[in-house]
Design a protein around this ligand. Structure first.
Ligand SMILES: Nc1ncnc2c1ncn2[C@@H]1O[C@H](COP(=O)(O)OP(=O)(O)OP(=O)(O)O)[C@@H](O)[C@H]1O
Ligand SMILES: [Mg+2]
Length: 280
């Protein structure tokens, strides 16, 4: 189930229905994977997934020959083990290429003919042509700069591009509630506000995602089940630091450490609720 991002989701489904490849760009935890999975579910198509990294070769996505089979059968379709791209094309599924900008450009180039001509050529075998239901979704993270390659213009030229932003507070709360089954909306709100606070803090260039809020709610609910109050200052800071410290990136000239920034954010969030209590 997708919460919020209605227009974006509708566009993804529409594009896939028309055979148009989609590239989803967004920071970690903005729901790119969830959106691709949900679109595939709605369209009743299987998702064939591959994750980009520097070792990902075109063979791994197109397919390769099984050496023992080649010895007995030669280079034939029987000895060919299809990769996720070939499978998606022949089965009419969705090829989901996660973190495409982490893959070598040679691998990205190997996908291009599948995008517009809807076919790929397998050396020594021939051509694989896509079924009409074949579709592609790619994801990339604009803040991911280490170990990534700029995507070629030819790639963007063959896709529609969509940006996913972090959800606003109320919708983020609905996602966290859905993923944790937490009954206390105030606990969910608190963790979502702390997470959102990392993205608004003046010293932070990359904040935490909804995953951190999900972790914090789960930790807090476990603490609560043992009879302690997870929202007391000490425990809350402990939870927030464990969920957020390693997920945020600070400005190069920040005089604070990541842990101090997380503490500062918890103080601010608690400070606001203290003010509210006073005026109530
Ligand atoms: N709009 C949404 N509706 C429902 N669940 C969501 C939504 N956005 C995020 N989530 C949930 O938040 C978590 C993170 O989402 P997801 O894995 O899709 O993010 P992502 O953008 O693919 O992140 P990454 O770049 O790290 O792979 C998942 O548990 C997902 O189910
Ligand atoms: Mg993902």
């Amino acid at each position: 189930m997708i919460i919020g991002h209605e227009r974006e989701f509708a566009l993804v489904v529409r594009a896939l229905s028309k055979g148009i490849p989609v590239i989803l760009e967004g920071e970690a935890g903005t729901g790119k994977t969830e959106m691709a999975k949900e679109a595939a579910r709605l369209l009743k198509r299987h998702l064939y997934r591959v994750d980009g990294d520097q070792e990902l070769s075109s063979l791994k996505i197109q397919g390769w020959f099984d050496p023992p089979m080649v010895l007995s059968k030669g280079y034939s379709w029987e000895s060919f083990l299809p990769g996720p791209l070939s499978q998606a094309m022949t089965q009419g599924g969705i090829f989901f290429f996660n973190e495409v900008n982490r893959a070598p450009s040679e691998t990205i180039n190997a996908v291009l003919t599948a995008l517009d001509e809807r076919m790929i050529t397998i050396p020594r075998l021939g051509t694989i042509t896509a079924e009409p239901a074949f579709g592609c979704v790619f994801t990339c993270n604009p803040l991911d700069r280490v170990g990534t390659n700029p995507l070629p213009q030819a790639f963007f030229d063959r896709c529609v591009w969509l940006q996913l932003d972090h959800l606003p507070l109320e919708q983020a709360m609905a996602v966290v509630q859905l993923r944790t089954d937490e009954d206390d909306p105030e606990l969910v709100r608190l963790m979502c506000r702390i997470t959102e606070g990392t993205r608004k803090h003046q010293d932070v260039v990359k904040g935490g995602s909804i995953r951190a809020a999900i972790f914090m709610v789960k930790l807090a609910s476990s603490i609560r089940s043992q009879g302690e109050d997870p929202c007391g200052e000490m425990l809350l800071k402990e939870i927030a630091k464990s969920a957020l410290t390693k997920k945020i990136r600070l400005r190069y000239n920040s005089e604070l450490t990541e842990e101090q920034v997380v503490e500062d954010i918890v103080n601010r969030v608690l400070g606001i609720s203290t003010e509210k209590k006073k005026t109530a």
